[in-house]
Design a binder for this molecule. Structure first.
Ligand SMILES: O=C(O)c1ccccc1NCC(=O)[C@H](O)[C@H](O)COP(=O)(O)O
Length: 230
């Protein structure tokens, strides 16, 4: 069971998150477009990536911009293991997947799909042929688009999507140590993702990973997966 932890900002935070059990580390690299979230300067993305490679952890870079050219430029520059498209106004297509392979041949593609109602099943099936991962997520907050909501959604839709797509499904949206086992049992995804419920939020809005909660999340996910033989 893959455990993906967003949103890492500092190098030592990344190391502690990996040591606490993360398989994928999610970051928001500095980008021109998109919503004004905390962003990581590119020189630091490179440093975090070096630490990931030492430990066999995948670096996932989220694109909050809706400009595909900007995404391709970032992929070319940063060569992440996974490029995650989260914009609510831009969805990856076959042409984008081809361009990505040309500039970053080892980068896999992850597309976020908003699970708001059963129409998410068709949206997931539409991107399935050309993405490596589908991240099923909640939203749609005005300032973040898809994701970072801290809210769960109707898991029966996700369980159906897992059965109907070939891509690896990562379950996101309000996941934390308290409900990750229940979600894995209900959905049987390839991986699970957490941001809000495994972070400390300071008064100024700054987020930092809460390492004991990250550890509890990873342990609960692994235990549930082992019990189910996943
Ligand atoms: O990482 C961010 O800052 C971010 C900003 C806007 C949209 C998504 C973002 N992160 C991507 C993720 O996959 C989150 O971990 C996912 O949406 C789950 O969030 P949460 O419900 O807060 O656990």
């Amino acid at each position: 069971m893959i455990k993906q932890l967003y949103s890492i900002i500092q190098v030592d935070e990344a190391i502690k998150t990996m040591e606490a059990g993360a398989d994928n580390i999610g970051l928001v690299p500095m980008q021109m477009g998109g919503v004004p979230r905390q962003r990581v300067p590119l020189y630091r993305v490179d440093k975090i990536h070096e630490e990931c490679k030492k430990r066999g952890v995948k670096m996932v870079l989220i694109m909050l911009t809706n400009d595909p050219d900007e995404m391709i430029d970032l992929a070319r520059r940063l060569q992440p293991e996974i490029l995650h498209i989260a914009g609510d106004e831009y969805t990856a297509d076959e042409e984008f997947a081809k361009r990505l392979k040309e500039v970053a041949p080892h980068t896999e593609l992850m597309q976020a799909v908003l699970v708001d109602n059963k129409s998410a099943i068709d949206r997931a099936k539409k991107v399935d042929p050309f993405v490596d991962y589908i991240l099923l997520d909640s939203g749609l907050a005005a300032d973040t688009g898809i994701g970072a909501s801290g809210q769960t959604h109707d898991w029966s839709i996700d369980a159906q999507i897992v059965k109907e797509v070939n891509a690896k499904v990562i379950e996101a949206g309000g996941m934390g140590p308290d409900n990750v086992a229940e979600a894995i049992k209900a959905i049987r995804p390839y991986g699970v993702d957490s941001l809000t419920k495994t972070s400390i939020k300071y008064d100024d809005g700054y987020l930092e990973k809460d390492i004991p909660k990250v550890k509890a999340f990873c342990e609960a996910a692994d235990k549930a997966a082992a019990e189910l033989g996943l």
